[in-house]
Design a protein around this ligand. Sequence first.
Ligand code: SAM
Length: 247
Amino acid sequence: MTWQATILTLFPEMFPGPLGLSLAGKALREQRWAVDAMDIRGFATDRYRTVDDTPFGGGAGMVMRPDVLDAACAAAQARNPGAPLVYLTPRGRLLDQALVRELSTGPGVVLLCGRYEGVDQRVIEARGMLEVSAGDFVLSGGEPAALLLLDACVRLLPGVMGGVASGAEESHGAEGLLEYPHYTRPAEWQARRVPDVLLSGHHAEVARWRRAEAEAATRMRRPDLWDKHLRNELARPARLDGHPAAA
Ligand code: SAM
């Protein structure tokens, strides 16, 4: 079945945008996923097609109206039944590979892209939206965050990555480690040599080196991920030799 992305946006022309190219674009043409961008303005009820209003309590900027968004969400969910409704917002839980994996194994996703100061809280609660953030920064709209989330999900759909590894060894894979560094030809460039072990042809040694590099990078660059990795290792059932069991 085709993984369906339904986007609620004031700028439907932004989709598929860059996702019409490369890996995601090929998968789109092969109908491994589909994208349907719906214009929120089409659900406005006045002649000016108004979607926003001033915030109660005062303050700068405008807020997207709950009645307009509710009608838009109802239509999007009817087109994409069973898909979770995600509101992209800097107030949401941080997008990570675990959530990407979860979303990519479902039927698809309905994404609400905010603009202005954001969305009236009541429609977020009434519709039970999952609030997801692309990172600890503020974008001018949810569309770039939607593109980012879709790119991450689409590459995990069956058949999309083809010969490329399934993602198990990538950064943020099953082990929760960053990936080891990569090298290609030439073997020496600007007096910098590729590590000898990678030229040795010794697969077990290469695997050991890569594992050590992945652990070192995670420990140094992302102590938060390293702590989590260690906690997961400890939580694994012990093998008879006393070491944690392999995944
Ligand atoms: N006033 C909001 C706040 O401080 O939390 C920011 C509003 S932002 C200018 C407009 C829209 O961009 C938001 O409604 C949201 O949809 C989107 N957006 C901004 N930053 C985002 C992020 N880090 N992740 C996901 N969406 C984001």
